[in-house]
Each structure stands twice: as C-alpha cells, then as structure tokens.
Ligand binder design. Structure first.
Ligand SMILES: Nc1ncnc2c1ncn2[C@@H]1O[C@H](COP(=O)(O)OP(=O)(O)O)[C@@H](O)[C@H]1O
Ligand SMILES: [Mg+2]
Length: 211
C-alpha cells in the first residue's frame, strides 16, 4: 500500500510543478519504491526523463490516461510513493479525480503576492476535494526563493491569508534546477553542482513525511 499519493498541482503554469514532482520523486525513490506519474498532456516529465536516457534515477514513469482513480489506486498498491505531475488547470475531471485519491497536494508558488493570488483558486479546489476525500492534506511550497529569509512582508501577509498552510522548506532559485532539466536529470544526478538543490528537496521531503 502506498503511504502517500502526492499530487503536485497549480492551475498556473511555470510555478515549478514539474521541477518539484521530478526531483521529489527521485528523492523519495531513495527511501522506498516510487512511481512518477505524468498527468500533464504537455508530457514534460516524459520528455525530461527521455532526454536523460534512463539515467534520471527514477524507477518508473507512467503517463496517466483513462480511468485516473483506477490507475493511481493500482500504482499505489505496488509502490510506497506515487508522485503525480498535474496539468496547469483545474478545469475538467482529471485534476479532480487525482485529488479524490491523493493523500497530499503540494502547490508550488512563486514568492510574490501577485503569483500567490493567481493560485487562490487552488484553495477552493482543495476544499472541494476534501468533501469527498477528508484525509487529503495540502501545502504551498515556495519556489524560486532568492534567499532563505527573503520573503517580503507583503508575501508573508498574503501567505497567512491563504487557506492552505505553507511548508517551512522551499526551493531556492538555483541554476542547478534548470541545468539538470536540460540534461534530463534530477538535481541528485548532477553531482556537486546539485548539492544545494538536493538539500532543498531533502528538507521538503523530511517535512512532508512528518505531516
Ligand atoms: N527553483 C528553481 N530555480 C531555478 N529555475 C527553476 C526553479 N524551479 C523551476 N525552475 C525553472 O522554471 C521553469 C518552469 O518550471 P516548471 O517546473 O516547468 O513549471 P510548471 O511545471 O509549473 O509549468 C523551468 O524552466 C524550470 O527549469
Ligand atoms: Mg509542468
């Protein structure tokens, strides 16, 4: 039985869903059997992993088509962790179906109030999903942070008003996330230059596993 089906969601593109999903999955795979599911019709994960030619450090990647609930439930029976990279939309059935079986929704957001408010509907989506899936947890994950304590006062106030808690751990803006992606690798796969990014992801994993 999977401990966790983790859905990485945000209706807004470019907030780091794919980056978080892939690196999180590689980090989780070091702890237990992990499957990464590409639920985005843009197929970024599939392309990314394809570029790495099998050296991404991921045991399994599947595309998600058809009966989402059945596919995820089946994967959850044979893996400890299932990570789902979701499409940048909350329209339609796909994300709603994923949220009905997920244990945790991680919502990457950029650290500006304007970007955060563009994601405000995600709190509504999470609350709707909780009606059918009461065990669902959800957290914002700050991405592209400039430095550890660089959150503006405006941003702290905006986060506090948001109906979803924010993880203490986040991802800083680091070239390694981009360069690893270009090579089809995770930040775990690029040696020393990925070290600080790996520390970001490890802190996120440790926090998430204690939820
Ligand atoms: N923490 C980060 N530091 C530097 N670049 C990042 C970071 N997070 C994401 N990126 C880059 O930003 C772009 C958008 O990220 P991506 O994960 O594709 O977002 P989404 O899947 O939400 O559309 C990509 O080019 C990615 O490499
Ligand atoms: Mg994406």
């Amino acid at each position: 039985m999977a401990d966790r089906i983790i859905a990485v969601i945000n209706q807004k593109g470019g907030t780091g869903k794919t980056t978080l999903a892939l690196n999180l999955a590689v980090g989780l795979a070091r702890r237990g059997s992990t499957h990464l599911v590409d639920a985005d019709p843009q197929r970024s994960i599939t392309q990314w992993v394809g570029m790495g030619g099998g050296s991404s450090g991921l045991p399994g990647v599947a595309q998600l088509d058809g009966n989402v609930t059945a596919v995820l439930s089946k994967l959850a029976r044979s893996h400890r962790y299932v990570v789902v990279d979701c499409p940048p939309t909350v329209q339609g059935e796909a994300v709603a179906a994923i949220m009905r079986v997920a244990h945790l929704a991680l919502i990457p957001v950029l650290p500006s109030p304007i970007d955060l408010w563009a994601s405000v509907d995600m709190a509504v989506v999470v609350n709707e999903a909780k009606q059918l899936n009461p065990g669902l947890r959800a957290c914002l994950v700050l991405n592209q942070l400039e430095s550890r304590n660089a959150l503006s006062r405006d941003m702290r106030e905006a986060v506090a008003e948001f109906d979803v808690p924010v993880l203490a751990a986040g991802m800083q803006r680091r070239a390694a996330y981009r360069s690893a992606a270009v090579e089809g690798l995770s930040v775990y796969g690029v040696g020393k230059r990925g070290q600080l990014a790996v520390a970001d992801i490890e802190a996120i994993i440790e926090e998430v596993l204690c939820l």
